[in-house]
Design a protein around this ligand. Structure first.
Ligand SMILES: O=P(O)(O)OC[C@H]1O[C@H](OP(=O)(O)O)[C@H](O)[C@@H]1O
Ligand SMILES: Nc1ccnc(=O)[nH]1
Length: 508
């Protein structure tokens, strides 16, 4: 059927078809169609929504993201056809039934993901199926390669290219803000791509956006790295492994990170930027992605094997993840803490030690420091101010203010202090509950929202002393978080009353 275009300024994928045209085509709400720009032959798959008024008969409304592929103007002719059912759906069903996907089947799914030929619900089905029936190493390799092949790749003129990635899962894990400038200050190159929050309350890309722009093309990532030695950008904007961000968007609401997709998500980005020496941080602890050391070692072996298959040297660091890293959770609060350390603060120890350990491994792998000497070298690059100097250059090249200071960044104006109800030791900090609370307060979208911890596990506190402060950019979100905090009780002090169950006996 031939129709005339009406652009609809809604940031979504899809087309709006008039009820009468839909009846004429035999198409129902939610059906898949193919739309073609006859002028240039560009085509896209889209899902139909039916209207009686917004698109008149003979007119096809096109949402903005779908039109980015078609590049049509109001009044242009457009052709619309019923689209066949993509083969990907059969392969997703195969995975649901516990089958093993071949290289070709995986590539077909990932191409359909990148070209928007399958819906968000269908993609969620694929992720859910892989979450329940985990991918084996062959499938993970196929997925990683498919994610790389469907995007752009960077080829640097010189080696080594170092990279670092954390699998996430532990709140407050802002170590990239020390590791990248330390590595860069040593003279090595590190083109760091990060995702936004997946299971957490602030991914590295969300944090970096407090300081500078994070959306760059693959070519710009290469240029910036060649110029200043490193960068910290959002992988979702680069067209490097473009399927990655689409998968992450579906994982975010469930706070899940399917194991095979996680391995591929991390390693596809490393491979695509041309890294050959990679350190992976695997936080291990209660209520993180990896519950114990045994599971952590297994995952480390998988990362190393995947690296070998792809021609990258990978070392893994199993790190303490029972409680948050440092004292801050949420974009602005974490950036403040990271800048303070770059500016010379010796605190918090957990954050500094973890960062220089990971940076140290990378320095040793690249031969910058002798075996066992990497951590001291990393500490030196940090304490000498050389890392801060490099961070300024990275912020500058990404369009931010290089002279920004930790004191310039103001966290959420709405605050609430949670105090110890009894004296005693802090006996529990629940990572997952802290993340839920920070998200309820608005993180990561509200950059000022989050949590500042005043006491960590094992600290002796007196009744009435502050345990943590909740921050929010909007008061209603703060109020919601306060309520949620009463239910979740993410920080426990020994001797604290956990709940009071009233008697069912009532006096008459
Ligand atoms: O939200 P959760 O699941 O905790 O983890 C996601 C975070 O972990 C990784 O950190 P980095 O890029 O290595 O610093 C990702 O890129 C992302 O920023
Ligand atoms: N699944 C992922 C976990 C951590 N980082 C990523 O980029 N992706």
């Amino acid at each position: 059927m031939k129709l005339v275009v009406k652009n609809i300024d809604i940031a979504a994928r899809g087309v709006l078809l008039n009820r009468l045209d839909a009846r004429g085509m035999g198409v129902m709400n939610g059906d898949r169609v193919q739309v073609i720009n006859p002028k240039n032959g560009l085509s896209a798959t889209a899902f139909v929504e039916i209207t009686s008024t917004i698109a008149q008969q003979g007119t096809l409304g096109i949402y903005r993201i779908t039109n980015e592929r078609l590049q049509m103007e109001d009044g242009d002719d457009i052709e619309i056809r019923e689209a066949g059912r993509p083969e990907s759906l059969d392969y997703i069903k195969k995975k649901m039934d516990g089958g093993k996907l071949t290289k070709e089947e995986t590539l077909t799914i990932i191409k359909d993901v990148v070209h928007d030929d399958i819906s968000a619900a269908e993609l969620t089905a694929y992720i859910t199926a892989s979450y329940i029936n985990p991918l084996d190493m062959d499938e993970v390799e196929h997925l990683t390669r498919a994610m790389v092949e469907t995007g752009e790749q960077i080829k640097f003129a010189s080696r080594p290219i170092v990279d670092k990635h954390s699998i996430g899962g532990v709140p407050g894990n802002k170590i990239t803000f020390l590791v990248v400038p330390i590595i860069t200050a040593s003279g090595l190159k590190i083109p760091k791509t990060s995702s936004r929050a997946i299971t957490g309350a602030g991914g590295t890309a969300d944090l970096m956006e407090v300081l500078a722009f994070v959306e760059f093309t693959a070519g710009e990532v290469q240029q910036m790295t060649d110029k200043v030695g490193g960068c910290i950008v959002w992988g979702g904007a680069t067209n490097i492994a473009p399927a990655d961000d689409r998968i992450i968007i579906q994982e975010y609401p469930f706070k899940i990170d399917a194991r095979g997709q996680m391995l591929a998500s991390v390693m596809a980005k490393k491979f695509a930027v041309g890294a050959n020496l990679v350190v992976i941080d695997i936080p291990v602890g209660q209520n993180t992605k990896v519950a114990n050391m045994q599971e952590g070692r297994k995952l480390a072996r998988e990362f190393i094997e995947l690296g070998e298959r792809l021609g990258m040297k990978v070392e893994c660091a199993l790190t303490y993840g029972d409680t948050p890293v440092g004292h801050s959770i949420g974009p602005k609060l974490e950036v403040i803490e990271a800048l303070r350390v770059l500016e010379g603060s010796q605190e918090p120890n957990s954050f500094i030690q973890k960062s220089i350990s990971i940076a140290g491994i990378a320095l040793e792998m690249a031969g910058k420091a002798p075996r066992g000497g990497g951590m001291a070298m990393a500490q030196d690059l940090l304490s000498s101010g050389k890392a801060l100097e490099k961070m300024k250059r990275i912020i500058e090249i990404q369009g931010g203010d290089p002279n920004v200071k930790s004191s310039d960044i103001l966290p959420g104006e709405h605050q609430f202090v949670v105090r110890a109800p009894a004296s005693g030791y802090v006996i529990e900090m629940n990572n997952r509950s802290l993340i839920t609370l920070a998200r309820t307060a608005g993180a990561p979208q509200d950059r000022g929202a989050g949590i500042l911890l005043h006491a960590k596990k094992g600290k002796l506190v007196k009744a009435g002393e502050p345990l943590f402060t909740l921050y929010a950019d909007r008061n209603w979100r703060l109020q919601k978080a306060i309520e949620e905090g009463r239910r979740l009780m993410p920080v426990l002090v020994e001797g604290m009353l956990l709940d009071r169950v009233p008697s069912s006996f009532s006096e008459i």
